[in-house]
Design a protein around this ligand. Structure first.
Ligand code: ASP
Ligand code: MG
Length: 417
């Protein structure tokens, strides 16, 4: 009899009324879960932002690093302490046995990278015993502790990762992530009203969707679920208790009988294209350029190198986030004479649109469908990159919505109306 893990995000515990509703959902779950229930909560919506501004305000402008980050974690982790206590009380009011568990009490052990700590281990015998005994464990998400007994946090959105870690440690049947949407969609429903809720999606696909901007799950939580084979279900916390609320199951590819060639379309507008023109071409040039960027912590995404005016000169084009683009340019400008290039051009009015699907591995013509659909709308492709289960193109950002809609139709993802 494995336990069930439930996780509720900030909007789901935004006030006492919502917390009472969550308590009803948990109570209902407990009736049918003889293996026990553990609940992970976020801070009330808006609280973490507020705490972050208090912390940075107290420290003064520009303070980061050792002198700040440890106390920052003490401050910003406190929002989850409040909601874990409130939900435990709401459950007790319903006659259930429940208690709160803070990160240090379980304990949720992490490394000491404050602000974005990584979970090492959940070393919680008392915790598992409590869950097994039928007491509902209400865990403060987002927080952990180092082996030196300092409080850490797991990075923004980190309570998803707390939940999956608890599910893995308890060998839970499933990790149900309750949120303000009723599942994962084939694309952003605000752009494509005919987007459909996906019933089942593989870890690999969800990982791509999450890292490409689908905000439902923190990317690291999906990675962890994949590594530990924890099935995740994404579902709505706003549904009535007992209502049909099947959400989206994120699971192993083998458990998906009917595989779509393309499962979803993702997009990101936070992209910049940087072109180094007239780079003198010799072995080691790419290594030189990209190691400089890596040292500056610029996360480079797509890369294209092509000959320019003969083989002695190349153009090197790459993308990064808009935020990183200024830094990337200054790093490269500073090394202009060492690298040896003619000029540098940046375009921030670009967007990346990606089609994702494990079915691509065994189907041909997937890329052709994409290129045909975009050309039929007169959309010019600037850069292309592919992986086994994803094709991404960089386009003029003013065409983002048009492209997403055209691709959603081209791959047969539109809901029938
Ligand atoms: N409360 C934290 C945040 O706002 C963690 C979470 O909600 O997942 O980032
Ligand atoms: Mg979240």
């Amino acid at each position: 009899m494995s336990p069930i893990v439930m996780k509720f995000g900030g909007t789901s515990v935004a006030d006492l009324e919502r917390i009472n509703h969550v308590a009803d959902l948990v109570a209902k779950q407990a009736e049918t879960s003889p293996g026990g229930v553990a609940v992970i909560v976020s801070a009330m919506a808006g609280q973490t932002n507020h705490l972050v501004s208090l912390a940075t305000g107290a420290a003064g402008a520009g303070v980061v690093g050792e002198n700040f980050d440890d106390e920052y974690d003490v401050i910003v982790s406190s929002g989850e302490q409040v909601t874990s206590g409130l939900l435990a009380l709401a459950l007790r009011k319903r006659g259930l046995k429940a208690r709160s568990w803070l990160g240090w009490q379980m304990p949720m052990l992490t490394n000491d990278i404050h602000g974005k700590a990584r979970i090492r281990d959940i070393d919680g015998e008392a915790f598992s015993q409590a869950v097994g005994s039928g007491e509902i464990a209400v865990v403060a998400g987002f927080q952990g502790r180092t082996k030196e007994d300092r409080i850490t946090t797991l990075g923004r959105g980190g309570s998803d990762t707390s939940a999956v870690a608890v599910a893995a440690a308890l060998h839970a049947e499933r990790c149900d992530i309750y949120t303000d949407v009723d599942g994962v969609y084939t694309t952003d429903p605000r752009i494509v009203p005919k987007a459909q809720r996906i019933e089942k999606i593989s870890y690999e696909e969800m990982l791509e969707m999450a890292s490409l901007g689908a905000k439902v799950l923190q990317t690291r939580s999906v990675e962890m679920a994949m590594n530990h084979r924890v099935p995740i279900r994404v579902l709505s916390s706003f549904a009535e208790v007992g209502a049909d609320n099947s959400g989206t199951l994120v699971c192993d590819e083998d458990e998906i009988m009917e595989k779509q060639v393309v499962s979803g379309i993702a997009y990101s507008r936070d992209e910049a294209k940087i072109s180094l023109l007239g780079v003198s071409n010799h072995p080691g040039i790419a290594a030189d350029i990209f190691s400089r960027l890596a040292e500056a912590n610029v996360n480079v995404d797509m890369i294209v190198q092509a000959d320019a005016r003969g083989p002695e000169q190349a153009n090197m084009v790459f993308t990064c986030t808009e935020r990183d683009s200024e830094l990337a340019i200054s790093v490269l400008q500073d090394a202009k004479s060492k690298i040896g290039f003619e000029s540098i051009v940046v375009d921030r009015d670009v967007a990346k649109v990606s089609v994702i699907g494990v079915g691509m591995r065994s189907h041909t013509g997937v890329a052709k469908t994409m290129f045909d659909a975009l050309s039929a709308k007169g959309i010019n492709i600037q850069v292309i990159s592919t992986s086994e289960i994803k094709i991404s193109v960089l386009i003029d950002s003013s065409y983002t919505e048009l492209a997403v809609r055209a691709l959603h139709t081209a791959y047969g993802l539109d809901a029938e109306s």
